[in-house]
Design a protein around this ligand. Structure first.
Ligand code: SF4
Length: 366
């Protein structure tokens, strides 16, 4: 079977080059052709020797997940459903803003962590995505969003300026593949994004968060959603294994090396559940020792969720209390509402195997 080179970061690509009798520096050329130019035909890689191009054509491919659907919302948000085999589909969302373009990338087919307000969590879990399937989302978006030009030379202008690992799945539960994809995002011969412009969002897998700090400390977002353990145990069940005290201590350790000097806490606003004045005051006390920002997320309803979005007034009051306490707080705009591309709405297409979900959950909490 042909080797999919999208699965390889710089080091593995150099190993692959050595295996086929080529000099390791070829890896850098290949990275640029694959990730900067989006070229899939080895014959078009004009600065590679003809013999190498023939060898690559025989042995390797460059394949990202196939597009099943492609929708654009009235606000310009674009959502792709991508096929990843066996009837499964993952979702990737591009959010254009005035000075940047953010791509929300998935890391797993479904998610085993079953946060009660989350559409992905309701789908169960099928499997981890490969490196090619993770980086393939960025590769595909750059190709599709690139301004119309015949120029395929490396370095053509990019539209995606920021990546957030906030799509389907818990990124830190697919640690090795996610980190290799992050390496590619940061590699100057691939996407060259700065660590500040790549964000990993976690529900709080503390040991993996410590590993990320040591291995590849990019910007950090934490799905907090509750100001105390009793409530968080209900909303984010992984909290039973890694309660708030441990999670916040891990955030402090992370900040010692993080590219930004704050953690972004995500807080979905659920009517009558976590949005009261007393919850806001409890939250202020909880994070008093942690440099942080808050992102309040109006809940996006989906069938069978059992939750309602907090009223605009409750969100405003909650935000103002945090602001008055000196916490930088923004209310996330709901983008792409009309194509179900807003936060917590990514459903994809998950062929759930109940045993797989149970096994994956057990692996996260062991
Ligand atoms: S919020 Fe994140 S960790 Fe929780 S179920 Fe959804 S995708 Fe998984």
């Amino acid at each position: 079977m042909a080797t999919n080179l999208l699965n390889y970061d710089a080091r593995r690509l150099a190993d692959f080059c050595a295996e086929i009798g080529e000099k390791p520096f070829r890896a850098k050329q290949l990275l640029r052709w694959i990730h900067q130019s989006g070229v899939t035909d080895f014959v078009a890689m004009s600065d590679l020797a003809k013999g190498l191009r023939e060898k690559l054509s025989a042995l390797a491919v460059i394949e990202s997940p196939q597009i099943m659907s492609d929708h654009e919302a009235s606000d310009g948000t674009r959502k792709w459903l991508l096929a990843v085999g066996a009837g499964n589909g993952i979702e990737t969302v591009f959010i254009p803003e005035t000075n940047r373009g953010t791509l929300c990338v998935s890391s797993q087919v479904g998610c085993a962590l079953a946060c009660t307000f989350c559409s992905t969590g309701k789908q169960g879990f099928n499997r981890n995505l490969t490196v090619a399937e993770i980086i393939g989302q960025l590769w595909m978006a750059n190709k599709l969003l690139k301004p119309d030009t015949e120029d395929v030379s490396p370095g053509t202008q990019r539209v995606v300026t920021n990546v957030v690992m906030m799509g389907m799945g818990e990124p830190l539960a697919n640690f090795d593949n996610v980190v290799m994809a992050l390496d590619l995002m940061l590699d100057d011969h691939a996407y060259g994004l700065s660590r500040r412009k790549v964000t990993v969002s976690t529900s709080g897998l503390v040991p993996a968060l410590d590993r990320l700090r040591e291995r590849c400390p990019v910007a950090l977002a934490v799905s907090l959603h509750a100001p105390n353990d009793d409530l968080r145990d209900q909303l984010v069940p992984i909290n039973k294994k890694y309660p708030l005290k441990e999670l916040l201590a891990a955030c402090q350790r992370y900040l010692a090396v993080a590219p930004r000097d704050f953690v972004t806490f995500e807080y979905v606003m659920l009517d009558g559940v976590n949005d009261s004045v007393s919850h806001a005051h409890e939250l202020i006390k909880l994070v008093q020792d942690i440099p942080c920002k808050f992102n309040l997320i109006p809940f996006n309803s989906f069938p069978g969720s059992g939750f309602k979005r907090s009223s605009a007034e409750s969100v405003r009051v909650f935000r103002d209390i945090l602001l008055q306490a000196g916490l930088v707080t923004t209310v996330r705009k709901t983008r792409g509402d009309d194509i179900a591309a807003a936060c917590g709405q990514l459903a994809g297409q998950v062929m759930d195997k109940t045993r797989r979900t149970a096994n994956a959950r057990a692996a996260c909490i062991k």
